[in-house]
Design a protein around this ligand. Structure first.
Ligand SMILES: [Fe+2]
Ligand SMILES: [Zn+2]
Length: 427
């Protein structure tokens, strides 16, 4: 970008103001600290350079919108008090300066002064488009650990203890991190009462997501209580649940409280791992499944749910994997696609399915009374083998917003110090 000749430039040290940047410091990450080396401004933008060699430009109106002084921003409710719609689109600072607190100070035409912390500005610089055309990383609290059968079996995370999850914050924090990292976790020594699984759900999301199946459900294969294959004793291919909701459940919890018979093993597949593998093996199919909207439905006598979404959803801000919506049982009639896309869809579906059905990508295990399975339903596919005998399951859902909302607020720092697996990973 070329700077206008009328722009004014200030090097660090030529400070004019003494405005405090305190208002932004609380929002800055403690892990990185940035120092502004130079600032230039023109009629539309303020361009900032940092001492690490990076630079970014900010629109005047964006800067005015992001004033977080006590007049403009309520730091108790984290809401804006100032209405940017009251400001002309071509607002220009009457003064731009650096001050001793390593902050940028801007004086506006009405004499209002805003101070921006250098690190905050660096963290929130925008418009840096990468090769994929998406904006920069938005920052994830926990990077997912992608797994296939071999990886997860050698690093199978140890279960959490029910009593500790209910009563100890550190244990709960570890459980949050584990679910986000691996896509699933176990809680052992759980009482077989319906209340117990609900207690864990409330710790994770604050609420159980109530659906047409009920709140916390207990069901056996003796009666087909709902129009759903899950209520039979048949083999269930890997799938994610509630694809027919606008927002599929974020977590599903399952507890096998009784099984007198054979079979009934549980299956998990890392849907993110499978998507990543598809991207490497067959990029055209990956691109198709990330960009094509597929319809899903649940239909019974009294209820017809319909929703849609891509089978592999990417984060719109950083293009990372954000949600798998994969359920071949619940796909609705496919009459919403262009004629020429149909063949490509079945090819892409088969390619993804082949990866999820490959034994080397599947984790099989047997749930026993006391051992609760918590699955991230936006990532991990689940299924089960056919079985004989009476099998009684308990389960419930938790909303993704509720779970991830609590997770973000916790800013979890628990290091799982009791867990051999995590210690190995840290080495
Ligand atoms: Fe299911
Ligand atoms: Zn203000």
């Amino acid at each position: 970008m070329s700077l206008l000749s009328s722009s004014k430039k200030m090097q660090l040290g030529e400070q004019l103001g003494g405005n405090s940047s305190q208002q932004y410091k609380e929002k800055s990450s403690s892990t990185s600290y940035h120092v502004i080396s130079a600032v230039t401004s023109d009629s539309e933008t303020v361009w900032i350079s940092w001492t690490d060699g990076s630079s970014a430009k900010f629109h005047n109106i964006w800067l005015r919108d992001h004033c977080q002084c006590s007049q403009c921003y309520n730091s108790t409710t984290y809401q804006k008090e100032f209405n940017i719609l009251d400001v002309p689109l071509d607002i220009k600072p009457i003064d731009v300066s650096l001050n001793e607190q390593n902050s940028l100070s801007i004086k506006w035409p009405d004499s209002h002064v805003t101070a921006y912390d250098a690190t905050w500005l660096k963290q929130h610089s925008y418009g840096e488009h990468g090769a994929s055309g998406v904006t920069r990383q938005t920052g994830k609290e926990q990077k997912p650990f992608l797994w296939d059968k071999n990886t997860i079996e050698t690093k199978l995370p140890c279960p959490f203890e029910f009593n500790k999850v209910i009563s100890e914050e550190d244990e709960l924090n570890g459980l949050f991190r584990r679910i986000v990292k691996y896509g699933f976790a176990f809680v052992e020594e759980t009482p077989t009462t319906v209340d117990a699984i609900e207690e864990v759900a409330i710790r994770l999301g604050g609420f159980v997501k109530e659906t047409h199946y009920g709140k916390v459900w207990e069901f056996s294969n003796e009666f087909l209580e709902h129009a759903d294959t899950a209520y039979t004793s048949d083999y269930l291919r890997g799938h994610t649940d509630s694809t027919y909701f606008s927002h599929p459940a974020g977590l599903q919890m399952l507890h096998c409280v009784e099984h007198e018979g054979t079979g009934g093993l549980n299956l998990l597949v890392d849907g993110f791992f499978a998507a990543e593998k598809l991207k490497q093996d067959d990029k055209a199919s990956f691109d198709f499944l990330t960009s094509t909207i597929i319809p899903f439905q649940y239909k019974s006598e009294n209820l017809h749910l319909k929703a849609h979404g891509p089978m592999i959803e990417l984060d719109p801000f950083d293009a990372s994997l954000s949600q798998i919506r994969f359920n071949t049982y619940d796909m609705a009639t496919l009459d919403c696609m262009k004629y020429e896309d149909i063949a490509q869809f079945y090819k892409a579906l088969r390619a993804y399915c082949c990866i999820t059905c490959a034994p080397e990508n599947q984790l099989w295990f047997k749930l026993v009374p006391g051992l609760v399975l918590i699955m991230g339903n936006w990532r991990v596919l689940h299924g089960r083998s056919s079985f004989t005998g009476k099998r009684t399951m308990q389960g419930c859902y938790v909303n993704g917003d509720d779970f991830f909302g609590k997770y973000r607020a916790k800013a979890v720092t628990h290091k799982d110090s009791n867990c051999r697996i995590i210690q190995e990973e840290q080495n």
